[in-house]
Structure formats: structure tokens, C-alpha cells
Design a protein around this ligand. Sequence first.
Ligand SMILES: *Cc1c(COP(=O)(O)O)cnc(C)c1O
Length: 427
Amino acid sequence: MKITRSIKLFEEAQQLIPGGVNSPVRAFRSVGGHPRFIHRAKGSKLYDLDGNTYIDYVLSWGPMILGHASPPVIGAIKKAAGRGTSYGAPTELEVELARHIRTAVPSMEKIRLVSSGTEAVMSAIRVARGFTKRDGILKFEGCYHGHSDYLLAKAGSGMMTLGIPDSLGVPADFAKHTFTAPYNDIRTVQRLMRERGKHIACIIVEPIAGNMGVVPPAHDFLPALRQLTLENDSLLIFDEVISGFRVDYGGAQALYGITPDLTVLGKIIGGGLPVGAYGGRTEIMDLIAPTGPVYQAGTLSGNPLAVTAGLATLKQLRAKQLYKNLEERSAALAEGIGKEAQRAGIPIIQHRVGSMLTAFFASDPVVDWNSAKRSDTKRYGQFFHQMLDQGIYLAPSQFEAAFLSTAHTSADVERTIRAARVAFKSL
Ligand SMILES: *Cc1c(COP(=O)(O)O)cnc(C)c1O
């Protein structure tokens, strides 16, 4: 596979941009080799600058659930662009997107739109602290909630991949209100809540962990978090930036039947443009300015182009059978990969919830960050490159989810399984 243009551009990029990339995991550091510079994308495919084609399972890290350049989304964006790209004044589109989100996720009675998942989480935590008048927050090791200061403690894939335990530049004072527990470990949460519950504003969790590779919640984990937060007058925040509109139209909370106090969305709701959202019970959300004293604002929040892309995406996602079809195709992929690994005698642990999945190169169960990180990342790197050379674009890290879109065909899945056979054999 010829990648001369990508290599050349990466050299220049490294002179101009730290590590040559605008988000660290794109640099391929944990798998080695050169990142591909993408020229265009369509459906399930990415096309790089050297003319190579890939079946894409990264999907911009989750947002492109309809595949790339989905005609209804692109059509809507083009139309919207002609009407101007930003006004700094309210639009009908924002109301419409909020209405769609609330219909899908009824626990989000009121919704504020922002421009990234990071911003949405940061704002949700601010309002949780304002509402409870407490400072402490409890998060889980291996869950990522964006790059804001006090959430970078034990924060999953990006930093785990680079082996950075905690970011430099975060004052210890900022992180001192952040408590962490292992994912799926109710006992530790019980103990922390017994000791500090009256100081904990909120427990924030990815209801399906996606940032240490996919790790589903144990069956009693989310109900226990709901119970413990209620008992301590703390709020429960579901960070559904990945799982929202991914595992179900109503997100993980619909799938598992647990109602959080606040929900954070991102990725899919922007349809490939920058949108984040947070929302929840009216009495909490009304604390936000201008109704209340919790300040949060954004020049480009509710941007008409971004909201249009999100709205066009959500409208498509209401189609009957869509999630069922995604489920079936994803199951077929996981089953095929599992068989090929077994045939080659390579131990893997596969996790899948709907169209998000991870194959850990591990032999023992993966339930939290500690067990996830025992995976053989060197072997993952070899597998990754074997797949890439055959035109299959997986995440350049063991600790990320693979995603399917509605544009992935059964032929794509079959080709991927055939490539996996070759890749597993070579290990
Ligand atoms: C991606 C992600 C974020 C951060 O969103 P950005 O748009 O990258 O700032 C927050 N939480 C979760 C669970 C994510 O996967």
C-alpha cells in the first residue's frame, strides 16, 4: 500500500502542529506507523490522499452513524449554508433539535446546546454542583468525559494509550474534589458514598463504557448508582456522548431503563459537525443563566449549520428497523471475528452493545480499566496494521470502540471478516 503523500504531509504537520494532529490518538502512537491523511469519505468508506480505500470502523469516533456524506444530511447542510452560518440569535432549528432530543430522551426535560462533549460535561457538572451546593464528584477509572481539568483523573483511552496517568497543567487543587472508583465496582462506590456522600454533587458515568474499549455495565451496576445517588441527595449524570442515539434511539438509559438526573450528549447529535448537549430535570436546568445563577454561554452554541446536521441525522434515525438492522450487522461482524480468532488460536474477549464493539486481545474477563489494560496492546498493534494494509480502518488503539453505520453492507462485513482471518493468522 502506497502512502507517500500521507508520510510527506505528516512530516510537515509535525513541524506545525504538536504531534502533527489536532487530537492525540489520531497520531497512531500506540500502534506505530503513519496516520493516513483523509481526502474524502462516503458511506462506509474513507479515501486517503494516496488513493487508498478503507472500510471505516472509526466513523469520526462515533458520530457518523448514517455513514459518511449521507445525502439527507449533506443536502440539509448545503441548504442551511445558503442562509448564513451563524447569527448569535435564536433560531427555530434549535427549538426543533431540543424537541427531537426530548422526545427521544424524556429525562432531558430541558436541554442546552453547546459545541463539544467536553463543554457539555463541564457544564452539566457545574449545574450539578450549583444545584446540590456541593463540590465533590465521583467518576470511574477508564471513563472519559472530555479534557476539562478536574475530569482528567484516570480518564481512559487517550491518556491510557499514551501512558499519561494524569495531565500536567492540572493544579492538584482542581482535581482534589474528583474521586474515582473502578467501573462496575459497587462496593467501592458504596464505601465512598458512606464516607463522603454528603459532599458528592454527582456521580458521572458512561452507562456503557466506550473509552477503555467497550465495557458494558454489570446488570446491577447502574441500578446501584441510581439508588446510592438518591440516598445521598447526589445527582446521577449519564455521559451518553457515545451511547446516545448509538445503542438505541433513547440511548443507554432507554436500553437499561434507568433514569439519570442529567444526561450529556455529543457526537451523533451533531451529525458530524460540532454539537454537544446537556439536559435533565427542569428544576435543575432552570438554575442555568439567564433563568438562574449558574453561568454558561457560547458564541457558536446552537450553530445553525451544526444543528441542521444533527437534526437531519436524528430524523433519519427514527426509521423503523434501523437499530435492529445495525444490531444484526454488528452481531454478524462480532461473530465472524470471534470465529476467525478461535480458528487461529488467538484468545480475544469480545464486547458488543448494539453497533459499538471491541475485541480485547486478552484471555481473562474485562470488567474495568484494570482488567482492560492487561490486554496485549503489542498484538493489537500488529492486528491493526494487518487490517489497515487490507483496507480495514480500525481505531489506532486497543482501548477504543469500533462502530458500524447504516451504510456498512453485509459485503463490507464479510470483507472485514476475511481480512481478520488473514490478520489473525499472521500473529
Ligand atoms: C468523546 C467523548 C467526550 C468528549 O467529547 P468531545 O466532543 O471530544 O469534547 C465526552 N464523553 C464521552 C463519553 C466521549 O466519548
